[in-house]
Design a protein around this ligand. Structure first.
Ligand SMILES: NC(=O)c1ncn([C@@H]2O[C@H](COP(=O)(O)O)[C@@H](O)[C@H]2O)c1NC=O
Length: 523
């Protein structure tokens, strides 16, 4: 479909002058709205103002600019329909073969904490989506562009095809256009259904919209899901939070699997919470070894030592640049995925010896998802993420014995790890290293037993260790198990009806206990 006439009306004016200049070189007539037309004219381009074209001036503060039959008939007329063409001729209208529109910045506007409802409403674009949807519907006759990233490929195609655009690209751009307006309307619906009919101060807004619209775009089709008989795909947020897993760059290795991505996320979120150089090894969504040390190599060696059996086929994440020494150690074990903020050239070369190992580089930045989701039959559970990190000042010592400064440091480390272990979680630690992890048990006392068995299997002594419990001890039995195993200090939320009995048991056995006042269930 050869492009003779284009309509350009954009809020985001990135690259528009250069693009329009190339269109003019290809002999395209340009129709344009107020601000866009001014910009193009100032750049020396010949442009027809939409208001001159329709003979109808913009009105109502720009609420009506392009909403005119001459524009919409030009976009919606089917070139392959003799009836449409005859009707156009009778009306004296000409066709518009290219629509270049991007919308008022609604999401950016409402993201501002001082945005009023009135301002939000004025940033709801009406004429733009109308043209975009019309052009996308009529993609067999019209090309629609909503993203400046598409200017270059479109020009390339037009230049190579004498000013025409093929059906494949027109269809692709139409799909993108409908996704664009869907995401736009989703943002409006999410915003408006989260507030009342009156303009409320932003602080009083409900966090949860009455109608929750989610927009994700496909990042990759996966070979299969959690199991080979399940089909799967990975979708990314349209704008992933900074430093989140979806922003990874894969440097080498086999294609990521569904389980790889889930475990890589757990590893990355966990390792990101540490300030010191840290290493986290994940298996089946649980940390099987975590450590902080002076170097990535030392952190890896300590993390691996926690549970070498489970580390087999694990996902390993670092919060520091991976150097050659650490890479050399890592490739000695069977590893599925290695993640680091960056990798030295040495590390890259060493990992390249194991061509199957997936290596991901991810910017180490703060930021995370706004909501966590869990699908249940016929519904969706939504919550804010568990991004609470307890500080030393918030801890309450409840026993006669006070923890030593070293124990306090280890208790905080153990507490951070416990947050990433499936409940019921029991985590033994010492000197910035996990010694035994009990995960996902239905009873806390069993988790405590399993964690000590695992430490024993790894040849790690628990005498003098500290231990974290992700939620309170409902009875003294769990505490008795960890003390018997050798723990000398315990961190737990408190809040059980039997707290007194549990604290008395700690006093009786001469161990220190600190309460966090918050729990970290993870399911
Ligand atoms: N009302 C209309 O008829 C209308 N037609 C186009 N727009 C929008 O106006 C913006 C461009 O305006 P300008 O060219 O004046 O900078 C674009 O984001 C476009 O989507 C309109 N604005 C809002 O609805």
């Amino acid at each position: 479909m050869t492009i003779k006439q284009a309509l350009i009306s954009v809020s985001d004016k990135t690259g528009i002058v250069e693009f329009a200049r190339e269109l003019r070189r290809l002999g395209v007539t340009i129709l344009s709205t107020g601000g866009t037309a001014r910009l193009l004219k100032d750049a020396g381009l010949t442009v027809i103002e939409v208001s001159d074209y329709t003979g109808f001036p913009e009105m109502l503060d720009g609420r009506v600019k392009t909403l005119h039959p001459k524009i919409h008939a030009g976009i919606l007329a089917r070139k392959d329909s003799p009836e449409h063409m005859a009707a156009m001729e009778k009306a004296g209208f000409s066709g518009i073969e290219l629509v270049v529109v991007n919308l008022y910045p609604f999401s950016q506007t409402v993201a501002r904490s001082d945005c009023s409802l009135e301002e939000a409403i004025e940033n709801i674009d009406i004429g733009g989506p109308t043209m975009v949807r019309a052009a996308a519907k009529n993609y067999k006759s019209v090309t629609v562009v909503t993203d400046p990233e598409d200017y270059a490929p479109l020009l390339e195609e037009m230049k190579s095809a004498g000013g025409a655009v093929g059906q494949e690209l027109r269809f692709q751009l139409a799909c993108k256009a409908f996704s664009h307006t869907a995401a736009y309307d989703s943002a409006i619906s999410n915003y408006l259904t989260a507030i009342g009919p009156e303009d409320e101060p932003p602080g009083q807004r409900q966090a949860f919209p009455a109608c929750l619209n989610l927009n994700f775009s496909i990042s990759q089709h996966l070979r299969y899901g959690e199991n080979p008989h399940q089909q799967a795909a990975f979708y990314r947020d349209l704008a992933p939070a900074s430093g989140s897993l979806a922003s990874y760059t894969q440097l080498q290795g086999k294609e990521l699997s569904y389980n790889n991505i889930a475990d890589a996320d757990a590893a990355w979120e966990c390792v990101k919470t540490f300030d010191l150089p840290a290493c986290v090894i994940i298996k089946h969504a649980n940390p099987c070894g975590v450590a902080v040390a002076d170097t990535p190599l030392a952190a890896y060696q300590l993390a691996f030592a926690t549970d070498p059996t489970s580390a087999f086929g694990g996902i390993i994440a670092f919060n520091r640049a991976l150097d050659g020494a650490a890479a050399e150690a890592v490739i000695k074990q069977f590893v599925e995925v290695v993640i680091a903020p960056e990798l030295s050239d040495d590390a890259k070369q060493i990992l390249a010896r194991k061509t199957n190992v997936r290596v991901l580089a991810l910017p180490l930045q703060a930021g995370g998802n706004t909501f966590d989701f869990k699908r249940v039959g016929g519904g969706l559970l939504v919550q804010t993420p568990d991004n609470l990190n307890v500080a030393e000042a918030q801890l309450k010592v409840v026993t006669k014995v006070q923890p030593t400064p070293q124990q306090l440091q280890d208790l905080l480390f153990a507490w951070r790890v416990a947050k990433f272990v499936k409940s019921n979680a029991i985590v033994y630690c010492a000197h910035g290293q996990t010694l035994g992890v009990g995960a996902g048990q239905m009873s806390r006392v069993d988790s405590a037993r399993i964690a000590s068995i695992k430490a024993q299997n790894a040849g790690l002594a628990l005498a003098g260790s500290v231990v974290a419990s992700d939620a309170f001890f409902p009875f003294r039995d769990g505490l008795d198990v960890v003390v018997q195993a050798g723990a000398k200090a315990v961190i737990q939320p408190g809040g059980s009806v039997r707290d007194e009995e549990v604290i008395a048991a700690a006093d009786e056995q001469g161990v220190a206990m600190v309460l966090t006042g918050v729990r970290h269930f993870r399911h």
